[in-house]
Write a protein that binds this ligand. Structure first.
Ligand SMILES: N[C@@H](CCC(=O)N[C@@H](CS)C(=O)NCC(=O)O)C(=O)O
Length: 215
């Protein structure tokens, strides 16, 4: 039986994007069910799949999983032959640190700059929390690329890159000025085939969610 991933709008649903990229990049056979967010029926439609009431949700036969990072860990256990995490134990531990940091953090940037793939905003000064989050991201990218040589955080594309892909997209949407090394990483992530497929689908969507449309 194939996997099913329940997701939100591709233009806006950053948490949906992460496991979708892992499924797509690593060649899993899966189907997707897209539930448009912010509709009168959205909450009931999501709860029909998951009691947590949030997307993404992964359905594998009788198993229903929620929380993006837990879904990615499940996929890594299900397909140990695919390098969803780096093979080297130290690199793998670091990749999990970064993925967890993303999952639990970067609140300033996430709150002030919602993912909005189709939008392009001019850069303007933003709050201290957003600026600190971008600085932390630039530092971790410089460190990882310096250690592992790029083009992705741990050399080859892995789950840590999936976790940061929506943040990368935010940097482009909101026109953040970034260092050359960060730019190289942003370009690598945005050129990766699964990111490209997700973005193309996002650009074809017509839903506009006013609460996510931040200037
Ligand atoms: N911690 C969760 C966050 C999931 C989440 O917040 N998803 C949003 C969409 S990106 C959602 O389902 N929102 C429900 C709604 O807007 O009705 C995860 O990592 O999967």
């Amino acid at each position: 039986m194939s996997l099913r991933l329940v997701i939100g709008n591709k233009n806006y649903s950053s948490w949906s994007m992460r496991p979708w990229l892992v499924l797509d990049h690593f060649g899993f056979a899966f189907e997707e069910t897209l539930i448009p967010l912010d509709m009168p029926e959205t909450a009931d439609a999501i709860r029909a799949h998951s009691p947590a009431g949030r997307v993404p949700v992964l359905i594998d036969g009788g198993l229903t999983l929620w929380e993006s990072l837990a879904i990615i860990e499940y996929l890594a256990e299900k397909a140990p032959d695919r390098a969803i995490w780096p093979a080297d134990p130290a690199a793998r531990a670091m990749a999990r640190c970064l993925a967890s940091e993303m999952h639990a953090g970067f609140m300033g940037l996430r709150a002030a700059c919602p993912m909005n793939i189709r939008a392009r905003r001019s850069h303007r000064p933003r709050g201290e929390a957003e600026t600190a989050d971008v600085a932390r991201f630039e530092a971790l990218v410089a460190d990882a690329l310096g250690t592992h040589g790029g083009p992705f955080l741990f050399g080859d594309w892995c789950a840590a890159d999936a976790m940061f892909a929506p943040l990368v997209s935010r940097l482009s949407t909101y026109g953040w000025p970034i260092a050359e090394t960060t730019r190289a990483y942003v370009d690598a992530v945005e050129s990766e085939a699964s990111f490209h497929r997700w973005r193309e689908a996002a650009l074809a969507e017509e839903w506009v969610l006013p609460r996510e449309e931040v200037e």
